[in-house]
Design a protein around this ligand. Structure first.
Ligand code: ZN
Length: 465
């Protein structure tokens, strides 16, 4: 049966985050791009989808017999590559906002993937038995591939005249994943889960994922998740950080949804333009997500006692197929952040199979050391006080900072005013000894430069005159 399609015409002002009227993800865009390159991808993707259920069943059998671990060995190190304009960085709340967003985003992922989300109270009784833990945990990377420290994110500022990144000839914004093309290269994809945050210059997508099975050969270093810059993190206090469309995507679920694609599960409705599986449509390959015609937007009003809502796939012949409704509250639907709260048992099992010892993402769970700040080597950083110079001081605008030693423990350099308000922050570049602070245009007076290291900090007073 063919469902009535609703066509939404959303006029997007390209730099206007209010343009996101509802969720849209680029997984179909990726799929189409792969098929355009090589027609065999059609069969590969269909084979992958039809193998999902047996993959989940096998995992659950192994788990029941004790042969499979119920949780990953260690959290997966996540690195956020943030490629934004100076104006966009300001809208994100500056470096402090970026840190807050990254911290809250990791917390959201850990709750959502481990059945710990406090808003699970919205799950109706009919769905409660399916509310599942994937058992995968995540953490901010604190050691870079070369052994240097990292806060778990890196920020590259692009020109304000740039409006982010277009899909490009490959169709999935790969330029942002290459330093040589104005983005940031991936970190070792066998050890880190790479997330790029930037503006999708063609508008519309909140996120887009290139899963491991989709990336190989020349594109191997492009695997990972692309996220629109303003969907990063969770709003913890009303209005504390800006998010698309104000309230729709404020709980960090865009990355939860994309992470589902990273672990190779699909949208619950199968992306088949409104069809049912028994009538020419495609299912999501997962048995415990009921047949579903098309995506659900917004915050659906549940109409089934103990369940959610029906849609056009309610009947196959005369057999009711949706006794508890469709999976509108599933993380792999298109509802608003506040309306989604769970993965199902078999979605969880299909994803967990990827981090089991024979799974494609197993290696990501085997590097707990990357979650730690690097151990101090040689002299403790705070002991390097004498090796740090700031000049000229006083200055009428530019202050130069030079570290006389390799500052591999340096996490950031923050400048605060006399009332403790942060006015500038610098993320160190590994092996770089020289930095400058530009306070031109700031009020004259005393400021403090705080150099934060893994084991302590050094604060110096400077005078702007
Ligand atoms: Zn999606």
């Amino acid at each position: 049966m063919k469902k009535t399609l609703l066509f939404f015409c959303v006029v997007l002002l390209l730099t206007n985050y209010n343009g996101y009227a509802q969720r849209k993800c680029g997984i179909v865009q990726v799929k189409n791009a792969l098929i355009a390159k090589d027609a065999n991808w059609q069969n590969k993707i269909e084979a992958q989808r039809s193998s999902l259920q047996s993959m989940a069943d096998n995992y659950l059998q192994q788990k029941a017999s004790g042969a499979a671990k119920t949780t990953a060995a260690s959290p997966i190190p996540v690195i956020f590559h943030i490629v934004v304009t100076a104006d966009q960085l300001t809208q994100m709340g500056g470096y402090t906002g970026v840190q807050t967003r990254c911290d809250s985003q990791i917390a959201v992922l850990n709750c959502d993937f481990n059945r710990e989300n406090s808003d699970s109270t919205i799950i109706p009784s009919g769905w409660k038995p399916l509310y599942a833990s994937v058992g995968i945990r995540f953490g901010l990377a604190h050691t870079q591939p070369n052994g240097w420290s990292t806060p778990g994110y890196e920020v590259i500022i692009i020109s304000n005249s740039d409006n982010g990144f277009m899909p490009g000839s490959d169709g999935y914004y790969s330029d942002v994943k290459h330093t040589a093309k104005g983005g940031i290269d991936a970190w070792d994809v066998t050890k880190y889960l790479n997330v790029w945050c930037f503006n999708f210059a063609d508008g519309g997508n909140l996120g887009l994922t290139l899963a491991k099975s989709m990336a190989s050969g020349a594109t191997a270093n492009e695997e990972g998740i692309s996220l629109t810059w303003l969907a990063l993190g969770k709003q913890t206090i009303a209005g504390d950080l800006k998010f698309p469309s104000g309230g729709k995507f404020i709980r960090g679920r865009t990355l939860t949804h994309e992470m589902g694609h990273f672990f190779e599960i699909w949208h619950t409705w199968g992306d088949d333009f409104g069809k049912c599986a028994w009538n020419g449509g495609v299912d999501d390959g997962i048995a415990d997500t009921p047949p579903e015609a098309d995506h659900k937007y917004g915050i659906p009003t549940d109409t089934i006692p103990g369940g959610t809502i029906y849609d056009d796939c309610i009947l196959n012949g005369t057999a009711p197929m949706q006794p508890i409704g469709v999976a509108s509250l599933d993380f792999m639907n298109y509802t608003d952040d506040v309306a989604m709260a769970m993965f199902t048992t078999q979605q969880a099992a299909a994803m967990a199979a990827h981090v089991a010892p024979s799974g494609e993402s197993y290696s990501l769970t085997q590097n707990p050391g990357l979650l730690n700040w690097p151990a101090n080597a040689g002299v403790a950083p705070v002991g390097m006080d004498n090796g740090l110079n700031i000049f000229p001081n006083p200055s009428d605008g530019i202050f130069n900072i030079t570290f006389n030693d390799i500052t591999d423990e340096l996490k950031n350099i923050n400048v605060v005013d006399v009332v403790g308000q942060q006015v500038q922050s610098i993320i160190p570049v590994h092996a770089q000894k020289d930095y400058s602070i530009d306070l031109s245009g700031m009020s004259k007076g005393i400021y403090f430069v705080r150099c934060n290291f893994a084991s302590g900090s050094i604060t110096r007073k400077i005078l702007l005159q």
